[in-house]
Design a protein around this ligand. Sequence first.
Ligand SMILES: *[C@@H]1O[C@H](CO)[C@@H](O)[C@H](O)[C@H]1NC(C)=O
Ligand SMILES: *[C@@H]1O[C@H](CO)[C@@H](O)[C@H](O)[C@H]1NC(C)=O
Ligand SMILES: *[C@@H]1O[C@H](CO)[C@@H](O)[C@H](O)[C@H]1NC(C)=O
Ligand SMILES: *[C@@H]1O[C@H](CO)[C@@H](O)[C@H](O)[C@H]1NC(C)=O
Ligand SMILES: *[C@@H]1O[C@H](CO)[C@@H](O)[C@H](O)[C@H]1NC(C)=O
Ligand SMILES: *[C@@H]1O[C@H](CO)[C@@H](O)[C@H](O)[C@H]1NC(C)=O
Ligand SMILES: *[C@@H]1O[C@H](CO)[C@@H](O)[C@H](O)[C@H]1NC(C)=O
Ligand SMILES: *[C@@H]1O[C@H](CO)[C@@H](O)[C@H](O)[C@H]1NC(C)=O
Ligand SMILES: *[C@@H]1O[C@H](CO)[C@@H](O)[C@H](O)[C@H]1NC(C)=O
Ligand SMILES: *[C@@H]1O[C@H](CO)[C@@H](O)[C@H](O)[C@H]1NC(C)=O
Ligand SMILES: CC(=O)N[C@H]1CO[C@H](CO)[C@@H](O)[C@@H]1O
Ligand SMILES: CC(=O)N[C@H]1CO[C@H](CO)[C@@H](O)[C@@H]1O
Length: 547
Amino acid sequence: MRFLLLSAVCALTSVVGALTVPPYTGTLIKGQQFPTLIDVTTEDLVDGLESGLFTSVDLVKAYTERIMEVNSTLHMVTEINPDALAIAAQLDAMRANGTVLSPLHGLPILIKNNIATADKMNNTAGSWSLVGAKVPRDSTLAAKLRKAGAIILGKTNLSQWANYRSDNSTNGWSAYGGQTYAAYYPMQDPSGSSSGSGVSSAIGLALASLGSETSGSILSPSDVNNLVGIKPTVGLTSRYLVIPISEHQDTVGPMARTVKDAAYLLQAIAGADPHDNYTSAIPNNGSIPDYVGACNYSSFSGARIGVARNVLEIWNSSTDPVVLSAFETAISEIEKAGATIVDANFTAFAEWQHDGNETLVLNADFLVNLATYFSELSYNPHGIENLAEERNFTHTFPAEDWPDRDTAVWDGALTQGWNNTSPLFWPAYQANLFYGGAGGILGALERNNVDAVLLPTQLSPSIPALVGSPVVTVPMGFYPANTTVVRNARGLVETAPNTPFGLSFMGGKFSEATLIGFAYAYEQRTMHRNDVQPYLVPNIELADVVA
Ligand SMILES: *[C@@H]1O[C@H](CO)[C@@H](O)[C@H](O)[C@H]1NC(C)=O
Ligand SMILES: *[C@@H]1O[C@H](CO)[C@@H](O)[C@H](O)[C@H]1NC(C)=O
Ligand SMILES: *[C@@H]1O[C@H](CO)[C@@H](O)[C@H](O)[C@H]1NC(C)=O
Ligand SMILES: *[C@@H]1O[C@H](CO)[C@@H](O)[C@H](O)[C@H]1NC(C)=O
Ligand SMILES: *[C@@H]1O[C@H](CO)[C@@H](O)[C@H](O)[C@H]1NC(C)=O
Ligand SMILES: *[C@@H]1O[C@H](CO)[C@@H](O)[C@H](O)[C@H]1NC(C)=O
Ligand SMILES: *[C@@H]1O[C@H](CO)[C@@H](O)[C@H](O)[C@H]1NC(C)=O
Ligand SMILES: *[C@@H]1O[C@H](CO)[C@@H](O)[C@H](O)[C@H]1NC(C)=O
Ligand SMILES: *[C@@H]1O[C@H](CO)[C@@H](O)[C@H](O)[C@H]1NC(C)=O
Ligand SMILES: *[C@@H]1O[C@H](CO)[C@@H](O)[C@H](O)[C@H]1NC(C)=O
Ligand SMILES: CC(=O)N[C@H]1CO[C@H](CO)[C@@H](O)[C@@H]1O
Ligand SMILES: CC(=O)N[C@H]1CO[C@H](CO)[C@@H](O)[C@@H]1O
């Protein structure tokens, strides 16, 4: 999503008691312990596949049935890959034959509905204008998942156009997929724009999922869905054949239940791609660090960690005391684990709040990058070539729900008129580089000689977005039983008892391995994901489908 939707919230006064927490225990059948799919890990699944307890075909069946159980309530998955069972059977045969492509071999993954696949699935960003469109080949990320042996199980719902259309729509709504809801409270705002990816990973509808981020779209849904999310450095993961907003800010990354699962997935998708030359910035001649090996319990020992105190101060009144207090507890736990904690302020943060250059940059990129995506289609059902034509389609196709959901973002981009080939682009982009760089995260890291900077996840996306630097979020807590239920103008629940939130580790460009180390060390000490359970969980388990 572009920005956190903090406006237009009205507080309801009803106070809801604690929700029932269902017990999740593994299923024992004929002395065999099946893992439960809401908290199964990569390594659990590999063990089960290797020992013959279940197959990848069983996994596809179980996850598909789980999706069907809850999708009429949560609307989180828009399409299931019709070839998934056949692919799983093939991968099972390979494993039986001694060929295992990677740790993800035969493991089902869901991907956001803006990452194209050259198969029977549509890639639409949630718009009817792209239903039926075809791409000439897989996106590089889809190809990398297949090469690693992962099964692309389906496509997840999202905030339409990755939240780059409307000023009065909702997180998780798309014309094609309807309104996604999160699972920790009825009608919970799933955040966005990788909404369906967040909900699906949270309740075990696949091992994990991919989301994309321009400013917050992996981090925010991971925050409210009790997940680990990695927003990689722009250029670590290819954007080729991913429906874009901005080449300067877009990035694709994993949303998973554990740091290690997210690391396995990042390992599979990171890497240089001749189709996306931002990936030529990957250091060490493009070689990718061992992210799984970076999962080290002792990572805080001897580390220097910063806290952006002035951001907390400036946004204090808009941040819930429950989140602030959990954050202070996290800082002391990290200090206890061996880190030195210092202030690492974003010195231009106050000034940035009144700056409008990011919108100019995103508009300028979107005009060009969207037209490029359309030009790459091998079949374009409505012949739409640019934003003006897309806007016209949206205004004339009733299912696009215009004008109830406006196109204010596009109206702004078209009024701006100039794009990223204009001389006006560079001063705007330089302003972003200052607010994110010397005046933001990169300056804070350098001046204070720290390895990472901490913020509550809900405050973390916007400054790293400006410079394309990485962030990893980990579950940190949840709202207690006496929380007042807050709904937005369209009735989505923004905060309520039982809704989770996370902690962000922000670092320098291509410092993912360091951030993963810290995230793992924090996760393993706290295990906050286990503190709270969704109100809605599918019942089907592996044991139900294993013959
Ligand atoms: C199994 O391996 C053999 C020998 O490498 C190969 O000929 C055969 O095609 C493989 N079968 C499958 C199903 O992969
Ligand atoms: C893709 O969209 C077409 C409509 O053009 C639909 O018939 C098809 O079922 C969709 N694919 C999947 C996998 O849902
Ligand atoms: C990427 O490629 C485009 C043309 O395809 C070129 O204009 C641009 O300078 C290249 N950028 C980098 C960083 O190499
Ligand atoms: C960098 O990688 C390329 C392609 O993998 C290889 O041809 C080249 O020798 C490498 N250069 C160095 C300095 O390692
Ligand atoms: C960081 O900002 C806080 C709050 O504005 C301030 O109290 C503190 O002195 C600053 N720290 C440094 C090292 O400048
Ligand atoms: C963009 O940044 C420049 C330089 O800091 C500033 O003068 C200008 O007012 C900013 N533009 C907007 C729209 O905020
Ligand atoms: C970008 O702007 C240039 C200069 O005005 C124009 O020629 C070009 O068509 C624009 N590109 C797109 C995709 O709109
Ligand atoms: C706008 O959309 C309508 C209906 O889809 C179409 O008939 C018309 O040609 C479009 N106009 C432009 C300028 O693209
Ligand atoms: C959204 O904005 C448009 C344009 O201002 C307006 O027509 C529409 O009624 C708004 N929708 C809602 C639900 O307020
Ligand atoms: C909820 O309970 C805690 C501790 O029991 C209290 O500090 C807090 O003010 C209460 N919050 C609300 C919204 O009533
Ligand atoms: C992906 C998928 O099959 N979605 C289903 C969600 O639920 C509705 C009805 O509840 C079905 O019509 C969809 O096919
Ligand atoms: C493909 C799919 O499952 N679509 C569902 C999306 O959500 C709407 C409701 O908002 C359902 O009607 C669709 O079946």
